[in-house]
Design a protein around this ligand. Structure first.
Ligand code: NCD
Length: 368
């Protein structure tokens, strides 16, 4: 099968077909072997990735950089908004226009939802969303998928529990979008009332695709049914009210007692960093897959960089964003949307449901 990654940006969980995901995974496994054999890989020699991280990161940034270096390429970038001109008020558009001239591919993380959509309007090179606020994180999903593949050997007939901060958990949103394409997937959404899954995921996946899910608040109750448990951190930085965070932060703690309730072949994933939600005692359980998952992220990012930058895709002619049918006469009220800080951005909406009169911001996908 022929794949065409030419001129593509990777913004959300839907950006790959099932065959493409499979192909990226196969490529990652080939490169994992090559790296482990000690081969000096030169496939990306002369190529440069820019990692523009306006928000903190350990794994995502370092695994992008490690991936490019392991491919024989090079790396430039910054690891916080404070060390970029964003602190002086530079817009994303201007930053990207400049970095276009320095790098062959860009991985960007930003605290505002929809920031990568803005960046993709200005890149001449492939743009990868490395996490935008509480919205999406598609490359973490690549790491998650390879881990599920290794641990479970299948993507079908799985009951997947997602536990913790489902409202702001961008890794959860991308994973649900990606996994919902497989056969007989059941999601068990485990969260406090205040951190339930947001409307755009309910709309994109559960309503539109008729994917099966249940919502519960007890981890113990869900445990025996699960094939995969995806734990997440309650994210202090996403809360407007620090007391609300204090109240909710220890809602779930996975410990060895709770692990006794789980299937012998269940696996535990976590995008990391963990704070208190998985006891370190669980690390010794063979079902704890989160450190293997972090390493899988490097191989998947190697594969993704290769695919986006392969011979055919060099100097890609990028397509401008399709503005047909977009509406201009509304205002996005999501305080975390990129339109709140970049005031000159045009407010753009798409009608997603005529009968119910639902219009969504094209950047953050919240309802107008
Ligand atoms: C996650 C993120 O940044 O969204 N971490 C990661 O990328 N590995 C999860 C988190 O920060 O809690």
């Amino acid at each position: 099968m022929d794949f065409n990654f030419k001129g593509r940006d990777i913004i959300n969980g839907y950006d790959f077909t099932t065959q493409e995901l499979c192909h990226i995974m196969d490529t990652a496994m080939i490169y994992e072997k090559r790296v482990k054999s000690g081969e000096a890989i030169k496939d990306m020699e002369g190529m440069l990735v820019a990692t523009l991280f306006f928000e903190p990161s350990t794994r995502t940034r370092l695994s992008f950089e490690s991936a490019m270096l392991s491919l024989g390429g090079q790396v430039i970038g910054f690891s916080g908004a404070d060390s970029s001109s964003a602190v002086k008020g530079e817009t994303i558009a201007d930053t990207i226009e400049v970095v276009n001239g320095y790098a062959d591919i860009i991985a960007m993380r930003h605290p505002k939802e929809g920031a990568p959509v803005v960046a993709s309007m200005h890149t001449a090179v492939p743009l990868i969303n490395a996490g935008d606020g509480g919205h999406f994180h598609p490359t973490q999903t690549l790491a998650d998928l390879l881990t599920i593949h290794h641990e479970k050997g299948t993507f079908d007939n799985l009951t997947i529990g997602l536990c913790g901060d489902l409202k702001y958990g961008r890794t959860v949103h991308s994973l649900i979008e990606a996994m919902s394409r497989y056969k007989d997937i059941q999601f068990v959404l485990i969260s406090p009332e205040e951190l339930k899954i947001p409307g755009f995921i309910r709309y994109n996946v559960f309503e539109n695709q008729g994917v099966s899910y249940t919502e519960v608040s007890s981890l113990e109750e869900a445990m025996p049914k699960l094939d995969v448990l995806y734990m997440t951190r309650i994210q202090r930085e996403r809360f407007d009210d620090p007391w609300e965070y204090e109240r909710l932060k220890d809602s779930y703690v996975l410990d060895t007692e709770k692990m006794k309730l789980a299937k012998g072949k269940m696996c535990v994933l976590h995008p990391l960093p963990r704070v208190n939600e998985i006891s370190v005692k669980v690390d010794d359980d063979p079902r704890a897959a989160y450190f293997r998952q972090a390493l899988n992220g490097k191989y998947m990012r190697m594969a993704l960089i290769l695919k986006l930058l392969d011979e055919a895709a060099r100097n890609p002619a990028k397509e401008a964003i399709d503005t047909t049918g977009l509406e201009y006469d509304r205002v996005c009220r999501n305080p975390k949307c990129i339109t709140q800080t970049e005031q000159e951005l045009p407010q753009l909406f798409r009608c997603t449901d005529k009968a119910a009169d639902i219009h969504r911001c094209i950047y953050c996908e919240q309802r107008a």
